[in-house]
Design a protein around this ligand. Structure first.
Ligand code: UDP
Length: 359
């Protein structure tokens, strides 16, 4: 074990971190240190002989984080507040964590000359040209390419963009450290990863999770399926297993091809409007999971201000161009949209039915 390269996964207790840590332990190519505020989702991995789990908050000001960085070969930074409702309700905390705290990690990597794999977001692309010109994005497909696409944000008063701007600035700082200090980094821009263990259902835990959990809640608890501004926006969903497969290839970094590169990870073929997504979720639920007594939720359109409060503006269309991951890493997504929805739904339905039986 001592001879294995050492990976430090910061933010390992979140949805991506748990799935990545599980895969790294299964592959056995690395010794893994996993750090998070919350170890709940990692409970099945804690105790594994190649895992050192630290329950810590990276915001604590002591030397332990710097020591950990210096003691590992690769640092994977997943620490983020990455949920749109938080960009609206806690914009400063979002900026503080997603930029300032992450910057400390970057600086430790510069100082100790460590390789940094930084999670960013597809939100850095912002809106499409069509959306900004008030045209229908359906008529102007515009795949986002890592090194050529412009990054277009809305006005400052729409503070939803604070997350995207924080991440974008962090990317720009990494690029500058690459130029001036030869920092060895790779940036990952995830496009809507979903799968088992994402988020929570709002009827079971307070909060405002992402869209899949809201629609799932409707199907299991009968709350309305709310289409924000009619559900016209597009998203392209990627199964977490496909995403992790690409992340692992980036960590392995064959021939150094990922050095100072940005990678989109996404599945353009799985593009859907949110309205179609709601319909598809209902169809799959009816065909595969519906039982007597399950509710029949109504579908309603709500304004974004009603749903999120003031300051929201949507990314109208996000098509990932994944040519780079395909060509440099030989990566392809394997799950189509139906399979992504089915597997994520199965996770929630199984938990719900187990809860019903226990009552
Ligand atoms: N949305 C919706 N109903 C909901 C929750 C979200 O129509 O109950 C919309 C939201 O406005 C956005 C899309 O679904 O257009 C995806 O939102 P999500 O919160 O999943 O995260 P995002 O992809 O924006 O990061």
């Amino acid at each position: 074990m001592n001879s294995l390269p050492k990976i430090l996964v910061l933010g390992a207790g979140g949805f991506i971190g748990v799935n990545l840590t599980e895969r790294l332990l299964a592959d056995g190519k690395y010794a893994v240190t996993a750090l998070d505020l919350d170890g709940e989702k990692l409970r099945d991995q804690i105790g594994h002989d190649r895992l050192d789990f630290r329950q810590e908050d990276i915001r604590h000001r002591d030397e332990s984080l710097e020591t950990l960085v210096s003691d590992h070969d690769i640092i994977v930074d997943l620490v983020a507040m990455a949920n749109p409702s938080l960009y609206l309700s806690h914009p400063l905390e979002v900026f503080h964590l997603n930029f300032q705290e992450n910057l400390r990690i970057v600086e430790y990597c510069v100082k100790h000359r460590r390789r940094l794999v930084q999670f960013s977001t597809c939100e850095v692309y912002g809106r499409t040209v069509a959306g900004v010109l008030g045209k229908d994005p359906a008529e102007m497909p515009f795949p986002f390419q890592e090194d050529t696409s412009p990054l277009i944000m809305g006005p400052v008063k729409n503070h939803r963009w604070i997350y995207a701007c924080a991440k974008q600035l962090l990317e720009r700082v990494l690029h500058a450290y690459g130029l001036e200090d030869a920092l060895d980094y790779t940036i990952i821009r995830p496009f809507n990863f979903i799968g088992p263990r994402i988020d929570y259902l709002p009827s079971e835990k307070a909060g405002n999770p992402r869209v899949f959990s809201h629609f799932m809640n409707a199907l299991l608890y009968g709350t309305p399926m709310q289409l924000v501004d009619g559900g016209r926006s597009y998203r392209a969903y990627t199964h977490i297993d496909d995403a992790v497969d690409c992340i692992v290839r980036i960590l392995d970094n064959p021939g150094g091809v990922c050095q100072r590169e940005i990678f989109n990870i996404g599945t353009p073929e799985n593009e859907t409007t949110i309205q179609q997504f709601a319909e598809m979720m209902r169809e799959i639920f009816d065909e595969e999971f519906r039982q007597a007594g399950d509710p029949n939720p109504e579908v309603v359109s709500v304004s974004s201000e009603e749903f999120y409060g003031k300051g929201y503006e949507d990314c109208d269309r996000r098509i990932p161009d994944v040519t780079k991951a395909r060509e440099l890493l030989g990566w392809e997504s394997k799950h189509d949209l139906r399979s992504v929805i089915f597997q994520t739904m199965k996770y929630f339905v199984d938990r719900h039915r187990a809860g019903q039986e226990a009552e």
